[in-house]
Design a protein around this ligand. Structure first.
Ligand code: ZN
Ligand code: ZN
Length: 144
């Protein structure tokens, strides 16, 4: 699906900023931070325009936000699974990438009486498969 089709599916006005963000996210197929997206955009947009575009795309569930810490927020493009259910996110300490574990749903926690949940976010930090592989490879070279 193209950015234009996605925007028209949700009856959203076509703006070059919205289109650009969607296109970058589809082509990289990875969760990206605002600055990573901005670097890849062909147009130059001020912070307010970008902020508004992200907000709209989030509201329409075209993308979702992943908060890693107070300095790092990433955005991921929604697919069939991620637009419906809360899922686990994985953050790699080595390469700083975030992956949507869209086949792993967030479990429901039993809260004490009187508490009600609105959303549950699960972020697992560790080493991703890519980095693990590279680690194994370099160990192999050392042992040779
Ligand atoms: Zn990694
Ligand atoms: Zn996600």
């Amino acid at each position: 699906m193209k950015a234009v089709d996605i925007l028209s599916k949700y009856n959203l006005k076509r703006t070059s900023c919205r289109e650009g963000i969607i296109e970058v996210m589809i082509s990289t197929n990875q969760a990206l931070s605002e600055s990573e997206i901005r670097e890849k955009l062909s147009g130059n947009y001020d912070r307010t325009t970008l902020y508004r575009s992200f907000k709209t795309l989030e509201e329409y569930k075209i993308i979702h936000k992943i908060i890693i810490n107070n300095k790092l927020i990433k955005y991921a493009f929604n697919n069939e699974l991620t637009s419906k259910d809360e899922h686990v996110h994985f953050y790699c300490n080595e390469c700083n990438t975030v992956k949507c574990m869209d086949t792993i749903p967030v479990q429901k926690y039993q809260l004490p009486t009187g508490y009600s949940d609105i959303e549950t976010q699960v972020l697992i930090k560790g080493i991703c498969a890519n980095c693990k592989n590279q680690e194994n490879m370099s160990n192999l070279v050392i042992s040779l």
